[in-house]
Design a binder for this molecule. Structure first.
Ligand SMILES: Cc1cc2nc3c(=O)[nH]c(=O)nc-3n(C[C@H](O)[C@H](O)[C@H](O)COP(=O)(O)OP(=O)(O)OC[C@H]3O[C@@H](n4cnc5c(N)ncnc54)[C@H](O)[C@@H]3O)c2cc1C
Length: 317
């Protein structure tokens, strides 16, 4: 049986893994996160005995193609707001959890290198809790899994680049062409409802999107959980700011609200694709190594799904 390693359990990695597994391949999926999902994510908190939650990555999903529409239905997505918008229930993270069911998924594993070569790749990985963003990797021997006949790398380009540097140096220049904007995202909770619209997408200014997350289907509608996303320009200008300063700064840009009972900021260094690669995936048949992700096509979850499936088709030949 063909053994394939998938790096990344976001939508691209899950779509690739499901397609390969359905065709009889043995797939192993590695992700540094605590669960599958990547940028399809839900954060929870308990405040004063109340359970609050926010989708802090993708806000809603749209399907242009029948394949993605079928997948959303299969994973139990429900419509929200404007026609054609879908969300996971009870949170966005429910979608990737459903898609990961039955896969051999290794979570909390930070992949540090690929060793071996075509037809006999090995994946080296560390306990993700020991790896600090921006710091040198801990000086310890990694765990190793393999051999794998092929490897699918479905990480954002900047995170994929160090992994392809040795086995496929030519790919580094290709993926360096891709541009992805950062996004500071504020998760706010209130006792009483702010006088804000259910959703708002201003065309300019410091914030790009505002939504009442607790108004989505399957959430506790008696809570007031709101998501505020900064614009790409504002996020870039404040990229290295302290997280604690972000919530107050963005709240100050909105009409006055009650004092928040919860205020937290999440920095997405790689959020929405601004300059895609323009190809559905990258596949090196001699190396039996490929890359996929939303960044190949567009800044939408469906693009990640399409790219992951395209890479699976390329691997299967
Ligand atoms: C704030 C925000 C808002 C968005 N809003 C929308 C929206 O409303 N609608 C929409 O369609 N799309 C939206 N998107 C985009 C959408 O979320 C993405 O297009 C899609 O989820 C990308 O999937 P992916 O699999 O390509 O990448 P990811 O989801 O980023 O998956 C990559 C995975 O790789 C893992 N990883 C990275 N490095 C390593 C490593 N070294 N070792 C192991 N694992 C690693 C990560 O943990 C992650 O799980 C939004 C994104 C963000 C951040």
């Amino acid at each position: 049986m063909t053994r394939i390693a998938i790096l990344g359990a976001g939508l691209a990695g899950l779509a690739c893994a499901r397609e390969l597994a359905a065709r009889g391949a043995s797939v192993t999926v590695f992700d540094k996160g605590r669960a599958a999902g990547g940028r399809l994510a839900t954060r929870r908190a308990e405040v004063g005995g109340r359970r609050l939650q926010w989708d802090h990555g993708a806000q809603y999903l749209t399907a242009r193609g029948p394949g993605f529409a079928a997948l959303l239905a299969e994973a139990g997505a429900q419509s929200w707001g404007e026609a054609g918008r879908f969300v996971g229930v009870p949170g966005m993270s429910a979608l990737p959890r459903a898609l990961a069911a039955g896969l051999d998924l290794r979570v909390a594993r930070h992949v540090t290198a690929l060793a071996g070569g075509p037809g006999a790749w090995t994946v080296q990985h560390l306990d993700a809790a020991r790896v600090r963003p921006g710091a040198a990797l801990p000086d310890e021997a990694p765990a190793e899994d393999g051999p794998f006949d092929a490897v699918a790398i479905t990480l954002p380009p900047a995170q994929a680049a160090p992994l392809v540097a040795r086995p496929a140096p030519g790919l580094r220049a290709r993926i360096a062409e891709v541009g992805i904007a950062p996004c500071w995202t504020v998760l706010a909770g209130f006792d009483t409802r702010p006088d804000w619209p259910e959703t708002l997408r201003p065309g300019s200014g410091p914030f790009a999107w505002l939504a009442r997350d607790s108004g989505k289907p399957g959430r506790d509608g008696s809570t007031e959980c709101w998501v505020i996303q900064a614009s790409p320009g504002w996020s870039r200008a404040h990229l290295e700011a302290e997280a604690a300063a972000i919530g107050p700064a963005l709240l100050a840009a909105l009409p006055p609200a009650p004092a928040p009972i919860h205020l937290q900021a999440h920095r997405w260094r790689y959020s929405l694709v601004e300059q895609p690669l323009g190809e559905s995936c990258l596949w090196l048949p001699e190396a039996r190594l490929g890359l996929a992700g939303d960044w190949c096509l567009a800044g939408r979850a469906e693009a990640a799904f399409d790219s992951g499936r395209a890479l699976a088709a390329a691997i299967l030949g």
